[in-house]
Design a protein around this ligand. Structure first.
Ligand SMILES: [Zn+2]
Length: 201
């Protein structure tokens, strides 16, 4: 293949997407180039719109459209007494699909030890503020059973030491190293129903 820098660059970018290597990236790019009007033009337009209009909500960590606000924490017509803390949106989708939980979600966007992730970006202060403002009775920590997930859970628990709220954590049934989004419904439901409360000092 000749070296056309625009194409090389696009292949390099696409191969960074989850689940794709260079080989798949090349196939995708060729498919796009062969379908300029059906694929490249609408994709370019759509990507520009997403870049311009979609951002992370600073209150709950979910993605929101700047035009209509956040559907995860603002535009809700229901009030809840629980908030479930997850690492990423895919975790929230898994929990919602299992129907085991009804309540608010807070998306950290990573863990304390994941690359380039500092405590501000995890929106932990925002979480504490939400709990106070919404009069939340229980914070459910649904971070992964990895060292990073557990470190993050302990840090969050510590951030609530001066707040009157029940903190619980998914424990039983979670395999060590298990990521929430990859659990089957049965395991997830079991982990939720058997969540452990932390003892307050
Ligand atoms: Zn939000």
């Amino acid at each position: 293949m000749q070296n056309i820098s625009e194409i090389e660059e696009l292949i390099k970018l696409i191969s960074k997407l989850p689940g794709l290597g260079t080989r798949s990236a090349k196939r995708i790019v060729l498919k796009m180039i062969n379908n300029r009007e059906e694929l490249i033009r609408p994709l370019a337009k759509n990507l520009a719109e997403v870049y311009k209009n979609i951002s992370r909500c600073k209150t709950c960590g979910s993605l929101k459209s700047n035009n209509i606000g956040c559907n995860n924490c603002e535009n809700l017509n229901q009030k809840f007494s629980k908030i479930c803390v997850v690492e990423n949106i895919a975790d929230q989708w898994s929990i919602e699909a299992s129907s085991v939980y009804q309540g608010y979600f807070h998306i950290l966007g990573g863990t304390i030890s994941s690359n380039n992730m500092n405590k501000d970006e995890l929106l932990i202060n925002a979480l504490v503020n939400r709990v106070k403002k919404e009069k939340i009775e229980e914070v459910i920590l649904a971070t992964s059973a990895t060292i990073e997930g557990q470190t993050t859970a302990f840090y969050i628990q510590d951030s609530f030491k001066d707040v009157e709220v029940k903190i619980s954590k998914l424990a039983q049934g979670l395999p060590v190293g298990g990521e929430i989004e990859s659990l089957d419904d049965g395991t997830l439901i079991y982990a939720f129903k058997n969540r452990n409360s932390f003892k307050k000092d």
